[in-house]
Ligand binder design. Structure first.
Ligand SMILES: [Zn+2]
Length: 261
């Protein structure tokens, strides 16, 4: 069983404010240790569940947040830029885990909620449905026939995931009380929950269906600021002064077209 793990930072256990997830800020080094702890708990669970190969990608910001020499040596790790491929090599894997994810932009009382960019993106729609990063990444994997089998994060993220993927295993490591605060499980309990959830999820591989969206894929983005719509860029349909839309043959191509990469 081959398992791919995408790791974001906002939904990591013990994290509840932006100073923990932004390099250079006061609590960032502590945040990195928390992230590494959740990754190791997840790797242990995947192995306990029967995984034979685990690839973990650091997918937060520039992708360089692991405390590298503390990582479990039974998995492989992807760090830094990955070009136009968000999940390099995922085709042929048996399942995807989205670890440390967060609820979509605008979700009330969700810890560090946003979609792709908290500064730039106000609202995002995938094929007409308001969506967040969970949907984007589950759909990218779905395009390649890979099911999203587990998520970890706050209660709002877990609810968002369950609405889209029937039977997905959710590890609720915290409860959102505000976008900058929450009620958190202590590390030992969070890690136990992640390990047990990952083991169970790997055991469900083949039973949970990939999250597939209709093609061609339409993405609409409402920006936070005015005057930033890339009018005139190939394939961009302007909706209003802050909103535009793109259409592409796959989820990943639509995403790159949307952000102009
Ligand atoms: Zn992030």
């Amino acid at each position: 069983m081959k398992i791919f793990v995408m790791v974001d930072m906002e939904g990591i256990s013990g994290i509840c404010r932006s100073s923990q997830v932004i390099p250079g800020e006061a609590h960032y080094e502590a945040g990195r240790r928390l992230l590494t702890g959740d990754v190791n708990a997840c790797v242990a669970g995947c192995l306990a569940g029967g995984a034979s190969r685990i690839v973990v990608r650091d997918a937060h910001g520039g992708g360089y947040h692991f405390v590298f020499d503390e990582l479990d040596d039974r998995a492989e790790y992807i760090q830094g830029a990955t070009g136009r491929d968000r999940m390099p090599g995922i085709a042929g894997f048996d399942g995807l885990i989205l670890l440390g994810y967060h609820a979509m932009a605008g979700t009330p009382k969700a810890i560090l909620e946003h979609t792709m960019s908290s500064k730039g993106w106000q609202n995002f729609w995938l094929n007409g449905k308001r969506s967040g990063e969970f949907a984007i990444d589950a759909a990218i994997a779905g395009d390649r026939g890979v099911a999203t089998i587990m998520v970890s994060g706050d209660d709002k993220l877990c609810r968002e995931a369950k609405r889209l993927v029937g039977g997905i295993v959710t590890a609720r490591v915290k409860k959102g009380l505000d976008c900058q605060g929450g009620q958190l499980l202590p590390a030992a309990r969070a890690h136990k929950l992640i390990t047990e959830s990952a083991a169970r999820a790997v055991g469900l591989c083949g039973q949970i269906k990939p999250y597939k969206v209709r093609h061609p894929v339409r993405m609409r983005l409402e920006l936070v600021s005015r005057g930033r719509v890339p009018a005139g860029r190939k394939g961009v349909k302007v909706i209003d002064g802050r909103t535009y839309e793109v259409t592409a043959p796959s989820v990943e191509e639509a995403l790159w077209s949307l952000i102009g990469r």
